[in-house]
Design a protein around this ligand. Structure first.
Ligand code: FE
Ligand code: FE
Ligand code: ZN
Length: 278
C-alpha cells in the first residue's frame, strides 16, 4: 500500500512531492483548485518536470487529486451544473500534466431532484467530459449520505458506472472513504470482509482504486460525515489494522483526511506503516 495525506497545492507540484517525503508519505492528495471552487493556478512545465522526477526516484504510488467541494454535477440550477462541467473538464486537462494518476470527486447532491435524475446528470457529465485517450482514472467517492448526497450506498455508485460509455469504462473507478462508508451504514468495524464482499457483488472490487482513511466521530449509519483522527473515533485502531493488511486492498494508495496538522499527519503515516507490519 502507498500511504499519504492531504497536502496543500499552493506552492506547486515539486513542493507537494517534497512535503510528502517530509511526512514519510509515498502518495498524497491535493485539491486541484481552492476547495470552494474558483480559478486554478497556472501549471508550470518545469515544476511538473521536477515533481515527476522526484516521484519516480522515490517510487511514489498514484496520487489522488480531489475536485473542489463546490463541484455539484447534479445540481438543479443550470449555472451550477455549468460550473461543474467546466471545472471537471478543465481539471481533467490539467491532470494530464501528471499522467496516470487519480482524480477523485464527490458525485454530488441531487437537491431534491431524486436519485434517478441525479445519477443521470452525473453520468451525462462524465460521458461528455471524459475521453478514452485520457491517462487519468476518475474516481467516484463513497459518501456518508448527508442531505441528498448521491453515493450513499454502493448501488448508487453502480447506477452511475453502468451509464458510462463502454469506451470510458477503463477510466473510471471508486475511492472508498472509511468514515463515509461507516457513516453510510456499512459496518467495517465488525465485518470488513462482508462489506468488501458486498462491494464486490454490487460494483466489483477491480473498480476499487484508492481509499480515504479517516476515523469517524459518529455512530454507524449516522450520515454525518465528521472525520476523526485514526484510532480516536468509532472505527478504532483495529479496524485500520484490518484494512491495512487486507489482501483485497493491497497496493492501493490510502489517503488520510483526518483533522491534523503536518506533525499529526507524519505521526499517523508512521502509525499506519507500523500497523501494516503487525
Ligand atoms: Fe472527499
Ligand atoms: Fe474522503
Ligand atoms: Zn468526508
Amino acid at each position: 500500500m502507498f500511504i499519504g495525506s492531504h497536502i496543500s497545492s499552493s506552492k506547486g507540484y515539486e513542493a507537494m512531492g517534497k512535503q510528502a517525503l517530509k511526512l514519510g508519505a509515498d502518495t498524497f492528495a491535493f485539491f486541484t483548485r481552492n476547495p470552494r471552487g474558483g480559478k486554478a493556478k497556472d501549471i508550470e512545465a518545469e515544476d511538473v518536470e521536477h515533481y515527476r522526477r522526484l516521484a519516480k526516484e522515490h517510487s511514489f504510488g498514484p496520487v489522488v487529486a480531489h475536485a473542489p467541494y463546490t463541484m455539484n454535477a447534479c445540481a438543479a440550477k443550470p449555472e451550477i451544473l455549468e460550473f461543474a462541467r467546466e471545472t471537471f473538464a478543465d481539471d481533467l486537462k490539467r491532470m494530464e500534466y501528471i499522467p496516470g494518476n487519480y482524480y477523485n470527486f464527490h458525485p454530488g447532491s441531487h437537491v431534491g431532484q431524486g436519485v434517478e435524475k441525479g445519477v443521470e446528470l452525473i453520468s451525462d457529465m462524465l460521458n461528455q467530459c471524459m475521453s478514452p485517450t485520457q491517462t487519468t482514472i476518475v474516481l467516484l467517492e463513497t459518501m456518508s449520505g448527508k442531505g441528498t448526497e448521491i453515493g450513499r450506498n454502493f448501488q448508487e455508485l453502480q447506477m452511475i458506472l453502468e451509464r458510462i460509455r463502454p469506451e470510458l469504462q477503463e477510466k473510471i473507478g471508486v475511492c472508498m472513504d472509511s468514515c463515509h462508508v461507516w457513516d453510510g451504514g456499512y459496518d467495517i468495524v465488525h465485518d470488513l470482509d462482508g462489506v468488501l464482499a458486498e462491494f464486490d457483488r454490487v460494483i466489483g472490487l477491480s473498480r476499487l482504486k484508492a481509499m480515504h482513511l479517516n476515523d469517524s466521530k459518529n455512530e454507524l449509519g449516522s450520515h454525518k460525515d465528521r472525520h476523526e483522527k485514526i484510532g480516536q473515533g468509532y472505527l478504532g485502531l483495529e479496524t485500520f489494522h484490518k484494512i491495512l493488511i487486507h489482501p483485497a486492498l493491497a497496493n492501493l494508495p490510502v489517503i488520510l483526511e483526518t483533522p491534523n496538522d503536518d506533525a499529526g499527519w507524519a505521526e499517523e503515516i508512521a502509525l499506519l506503516r507500523e500497523l501494516q507490519k503487525q
